[in-house]
Design a protein around this ligand. Structure first.
Ligand code: G1P
Ligand code: ZN
Length: 543
């Protein structure tokens, strides 16, 4: 075994509280950088001796060499076995599933999610624990502490192994099992959904476009939608993972999946459109002529999940992140289900899922999932929609209209202000924070303010408390604004403003979101003194 000492000084990069590391690819490629993060992770979990891990990534630039490095390090750290996806590929939900199915000690996902890939773009590594979910806070804290003091890592001087074929190999004394990335994941999907019903839907002429965005869901969607469910060839587009995602952002929203959006809004639109991100955990759902916001998608799935075999017993509860719209709460209220509001970030759903308190959960940022794994799952959401469409025999537009008629419509939009100078963003947030207590009873943007606070989460399972999770302002007429700073941005600060306006059943559900949300938007601009702080009031991206 080789012990490499690090001479370039203390490793920096990991932020406290994150289960992974996302950086420029060239930074990850600096000698010792990836190695230090991986060694810090092994150290933080009490070593790798005798353990089994899952490993795979989204196919972006540096995926394959990074896996070879990590395999050598796992072997040098005494791991017994690593299960790797063929070609180094595994989606995030597939890693979560393999960890659970094979009862491994944990797993590594190599991805920077929806960020672009390439030598001049982004790379990332995250660590998931034995329940299949992102590392919880005690481990991320230990990882952070390790990265601050690490001075050596362990590796072997061995050749790369061939990951191109399914089978077994060895790295030093360690076994490597190379698995088809799709098989176990597809088997899980077949237990949850009525594949026969969905096949019949396609046989009946139902048309669909799935945009894999040159990322990891290409092989999954092709195998499941085309080869198993009988959707015609060409249903899945951009299906071959490429190292730079075809030079695009593998981010499934109306901005980055514009080609798909344009097709879905055209005269020749198929019945159903969907897309997933780099590592396959996010989803976008769009019907012919109608975009479904992730918040609405969660609510529709919560209201209809029992139509799919995996959920016939009903749901134990529904959870959403705080900035996500209250559409899912309306469904929970009607169905008498428990509803939970968690901070932004998937890791907060883990305890609720493990404790059986919720079956479905989701975020406004295009993440939806259930207790089948411990990550959000893009293709799962698409298959649940397909199962619902097959059972209800209605279009996406009809299902949404019907849903709003029953539960009301939560108009919703997120406005992102990117690359804001950090001090300016902090000053804007601090300014508002300082006035929160005085806001109730005043008015802004022509709306009466009924309350305001800073969100703290009390985990009902382990009793832990997470503070500073976003500023919330409520207005008369069931409107709400939320402000928080992104934890995943790479340049300056990203200010996220989440706008919501409820329209009860029977109210006008045909407005454009911009019109419905105008007053709330104006209120935020006024209350934050946005122009004075950041020199603009128009966001870079609206989703
Ligand atoms: C963003 C999303 C959040 C998601 C996270 C990881 O975080 O808003 O919902 O869990 O990416 O995919 P943010 O940049 O807002 O901190
Ligand atoms: Zn992702």
């Amino acid at each position: 075994m080789d012990i490499q000492t690090i001479s370039k000084g203390p490793f920096e990069g990991q932020k406290p509280g994150t289960s992974g590391l996302r950086k420029k690819t060239r930074v990850f490629m600096e000698p010792g950088y990836l190695e230090c993060f991986v060694q810090a992770t092994f150290n933080a979990i009490g070593g790798a001796e005798g353990k089994t891990f899952v490993m795979g990534g989204d196919g972006r630039y540096f995926n394959r060499p990074a896996i070879q490095t990590m395999l050598r390090m796992a072997a040098a750290n005494g791991a017994a076995k690593v299960i790797v996806g063929q070609g180094g590929l595994l989606s995030t939900p597939a890693v979560s599933n393999l960890i659970r199915q094979r009862s491994t000690d944990g797993g590594f996902v190599l991805s920077a999610s929806h960020n672009p890939g390439g030598i001049d773009a982004d790379f990332g590594v995250k660590y998931n624990v034995a329940n299949g979910g992102p590392a919880p806070e005690n481990i991320t804290q230990a990882m952070f502490e390790q990265t601050q003091s690490i001075a050596a890592y362990y590796t072997l001087d061995t050749a790369d192994i061939d990951l191109s074929a399914v089978g077994t190999a060895t790295v030093g004394p360690m076994t490597v099992e190379i698995v088809d990335p799709v098989t176990d994941y597809q088997a899980l999907m077949e237990t949850l959904f009525d594949f026969g019903k969905i096949r019949a839907l396609f046989e009946g002429g139902f048309t669909m476009r799935f945009d894999a965005m040159h990322a990891v869901t290409g092989p999954y969607a092709t195998a499941i939608l085309e080869e198993t469910l009988g959707a015609p060839a060409g249903t899945v587009i951009n299906a071959v993972p490429s190292e730079d995602f075809g030079k695009g952002h593998p981010d499934p929203n109306p901005v980055w999946a514009k080609t798909l959006m344009d097709e879905m809004m055209s005269d020749t639109a198929p019945d159903f459109g969907a897309a997933s991100d780099g590592d396959g955990d996010r989803n976008m759902i769009v019907g012919r002529g109608i975009y479904v916001t992730p918040s609405d998608s969660l609510a529709v799935l919560a209201a209809n999940a029992q139509l799919a075999p995996g959920y016939t017993g009903g749901l134990s509860g529904v959870a959403r992140s705080m900035p996500t719209s209250a559409a899912a709460d309306k469904v929970a209220e009607h169905l008498g289900l428990a509803a939970f509001e968690t901070p932004t970030g998937w890791k907060f759903f883990g305890n609720l899922l493990d404790a059986g308190k919720v079956t479905l959960c989701g975020e406004e940022s295009a993440g939806t999932g259930s207790d089948h794994v411990r990550e959000k799952d893009g293709l799962w959401a698409v298959l649940l929609w397909l199962n619902v469409l097959a059972e209800r025999d209605q279009s996406v537009a009809e299902i949404l209209t019907d849903h709003w008629g029953r539960y009301g419509r939560n108009y919703y939009s997120r406005h992102d202000y990117e690359a804001v100078p950090t001090e300016a963003a902090n000053a804007l947030m601090d300014g508002l924070r300082g006035r929160l207590d005085a806001l109730a009873g005043t008015a802004a943007g022509g709306l009466d303010i009924t309350g305001a606070d800073e969100f703290s989460y009390h985990d009902p399972v382990d009793g832990s408390v997470s503070h500073n999770q976003g500023l919330r302002i409520w207005f008369a007429g069931e409107a709400r604004a939320v402000l928080r700073l992104s934890g995943t941005g790479t340049e300056g600060a990203t200010l996220r403003v989440y706008l919501e306006q409820y329209a009860a059943p029977g109210a006008d559900h045909g407005l454009s979101p911009d019109v419905a949300l105008e007053k709330v938007r104006d209120a935020v601009v006024e209350l934050t003194e946005m122009q004075a702080h950041i020199g603009r009031t128009e966001p870079d991206v609206k989703t």
